[in-house]
Design a protein around this ligand. Structure first.
Ligand SMILES: Nc1ncnc2c1ncn2[C@@H]1O[C@H](COP(=O)(O)OP(=O)(O)OP(=O)(O)O)[C@@H](O)[C@H]1O
Ligand SMILES: [Mg+2]
Length: 595
């Protein structure tokens, strides 16, 4: 239900475009080819008015014996120039569009590949919607720049300069007049054109407003109907649509005026210069062909000015987009693998040993309040530790540190004797399996959802893991068994089923260290029993840390660690801690589901 309308991207400084160079560098050859085609095409375009003049003056005008052969020659030459123009233009279009698509694809992949390596800290401050819009909208702006604007700018720049030179060669007097005329004609059109473009963007925004409104309401139909809001919502949408219509009409009116103005001004200017030229022809100071040539060059120059002003706007928007993309690419994850990593010792049959030594940690966004304080814990291979404590005590935070989503500010964590900061991130995370509080189900079938635990697992291994996690039976009963699509976010599964999929995933990975964040939501008795069976299977042959909300889990643990305000306040077995009558005893009385 993201309903916010994307604001018009900021206009950036054109200098930031230099940052794009690394993405253009690999395609130097293609740029060269495109540039060559562009120059040939521009030269051919500039030659056409001249060829026209030759055709008129020498082909039509000169009477005499040579006239017939001249006609053939000049018409052939004109057609030849057109052929060159056609081929060169097509080649330029092909090369430049290819470059635009290629560079955009590279940029998208590079940004995505970079973003997925960022630590959670990055995603706390950056909205996913923003990243998505950078990947799509911003890269599209750059595609326009590379695929169209650069070549437009070059082409029209060449045409402008070449056209100007040719104008002055043709007639200095008329050229001076036409420069004044061009300014008078082009400036109002460019100015008014800008207003039309702004209005058309506004009109798009209003349509986006209306559809965002509809999207939100359509997603909440049961609530809307339960409160009999249908009429009110229909009216609200109606108002929004009317607003869009109103803005569209403004744009259409402006556009009509622009069209009229452009035609009147351009034709007026051409007729005026033709009129001057006609007099010059009558007086014999200019030939008919020269006049024709002059008019053609003048329209080339006028067109190139219009195009250049449009390119400038596009370029500024692309510069803004580049700035945002480069920012994204420059983001450095605070959690990095070391250059010379150590490796874990070979795995033992019991699982991994884990040690926390005086760990102090605060979240980067809350430097004044420590989430964990002087935490020390020694866990032997194969132990099952239950972590309990009130909400907000720091239990999930502990798991985040073990996975190195964050690094502690003080103290160290060792896995099998190796400081986890000296392991590569993949080496560390491959050694840990996690069953999170809220299971993420991907819009895939059951088989692929479990295979997420280990991408290279065979179908048989996936099914074996599902059996261990007590998920096999319910998956078999789904309409297409393991091939059943589980729906976006797993909407087609119950809470207990989703958890067993998550456990199967962790079992498939078969890690020496297992982290379980028990779901707080209550399950019905049967699901509860099945999840317990699955967990029991999951803990065999490995070290397990489980954030426990259920008495059954706590009683099965070798040791219970009680956390409060980021500190360990008690450790012991269930009976020991009950006997002590401290925090654990009161938590147990209040919190645990004892049925
Ligand atoms: N990303 C974060 N940025 C800043 N503070 C955070 C962040 N995540 C958690 N905290 C804070 O850190 C403290 C510990 O949170 P944590 O999630 O570890 O609690 P918990 O013990 O898992 O609680 P629960 O049982 O409710 O899941 C809380 O005060 C919480 O507000
Ligand atoms: Mg938690």
């Amino acid at each position: 239900m993201s309903s916010s309308v994307k604001p018009e991207p900021a206009k950036g400084s054109i200098k930031t475009l230099i940052g794009l160079l690394p993405f253009l560098q690999p395609y130097k050859r293609q740029f060269l080819l495109a540039g060559l085609a562009l120059i040939v095409a521009a030269a051919a375009t500039l030659a056409i008015p001249y060829a026209f003049k030759q055709m008129i003056d020498l082909g039509f005008g000169a009477a005499g014996s040579k006239s017939a052969s001249h006609i053939n020659l000049y018409f052939l030459a004109l057609f030849g120039v057109a052929c060159i123009l056609g081929v060169a233009t097509a080649l330029r279009f092909y090369m430049v569009s290819w470059l635009g698509e290629r560079v955009t694809a590279d940029l998208r992949s590079a940004v995505y590949a970079h973003v997925v390596t960022q630590s959670p800290q990055f995603f706390e401050t950056t909205k996913t919607g923003e990243v998505l819009s950078r990947l799509t909208t911003d890269t599209t702006l750059i595609q326009t720049l590379v695929g169209t604007s650069i070549s437009m700018a070059l082409r029209n720049g060449l045409l402008f300069i070449g056209g100007m030179v040719m104008l002055f060669i043709t007639s200095v007097k008329l050229s001076s007049i036409i420069i004044v005329m061009l300014a008078a004609v082009v400036l109002p059109i460019v100015f008014y054109g800008r207003r039309v473009r702004k209005l058309s963007r506004e009109s798009q925004d209003r349509v986006a407003d209306a559809s965002a409104l509809a999207g939100e309401i359509l997603n909440a139909m049961p609530t809307v109907q339960a409160f009999t809001h249908e009429e009110i919502e229909a009216k609200r949408f109606g108002t929004s649509v009317e607003r869009a219509f109103h803005t569209a009409m403004q744009r259409i009116r402006a556009r009509s005026v622009l069209t009229m103005m452009a035609i009147l001004l351009v034709f007026g200017a051409i007729v005026f210069v033709l009129w001057l030229g006609a007099h010059a022809v009558v007086q014999g100071t200019m030939s008919g062909g020269q006049l024709g040539q002059f008019i053609l060059y003048a329209s080339l120059v006028a067109g190139s000015i219009g195009a250049l002003s449009e390119v400038l706007g596009d370029t500024q928007r692309a510069a803004g987009a580049t700035e945002r993309l480069l920012d994204l690419l420059a983001a450095q994850s605070p959690v990095q693998s070391v250059l010379l990593p150590e490796t874990l010792p070979p795995r033992t049959a019991n699982g991994a040993a884990l040690q926390l030594d005086d760990v102090v940690f605060h979240y980067p966004s809350r430097p004044d309040s420590n989430a964990l304080m002087h935490l020390s814990l020694d866990i032997k291979p194969g132990e099952t530790i239950a972590v309990v404590g009130p909400s907000g005590a720091g239990k999930t935070t502990l798991f985040q540190l073990l996975l190195r989503f964050y690094d502690p500010q003080h103290g160290k964590i060792t896995l099998d004797g190796v400081d986890i900061r000296f392991l590569t991130l993949p080496a560390l995370r491959n050694a840990i399996g996690i069953v999170p509080q809220d299971t993420v189900i991907f819009s895939e079938n059951a088989l692929e959802n479990i295979r997420f635990g280990r991408a290279d697992a065979s179908d048989e291994e996936v099914i074996a893991a599902a059996r261990m996690a007590a998920a096999h039976e319910f998956i078999e009963r789904l309409p297409q068994g393991y091939q059943s699509f589980l729906g976006e976010r797993g909407v087609r599964l119950s809470g207990g089923q989703r958890q067993r999929i998550a456990i199967a995933r962790a079992l498939l990975k078969n890690p020496p260290l297992l982290l379980l964040d028990e779901a707080t939501s209550a399950l019905d008795a049967e699901s509860e029993r099945l999840v317990q069976v699955a967990l029991e299977a999951a803990m065999v042959g490995r070290t397990t840390l489980v954030i426990a909300h259920r008495l059954a889990t706590v009683q099965r643990a070798d040791r219970i660690v009680v956390v409060e305000h980021g500190r360990i306040v008690e450790t012991g077995t269930h009976t020991e801690l009950i006997a002590r009558n401290g925090l654990y005893a009161s938590l147990a009385a209040l919190q645990f589901n004892t049925d």
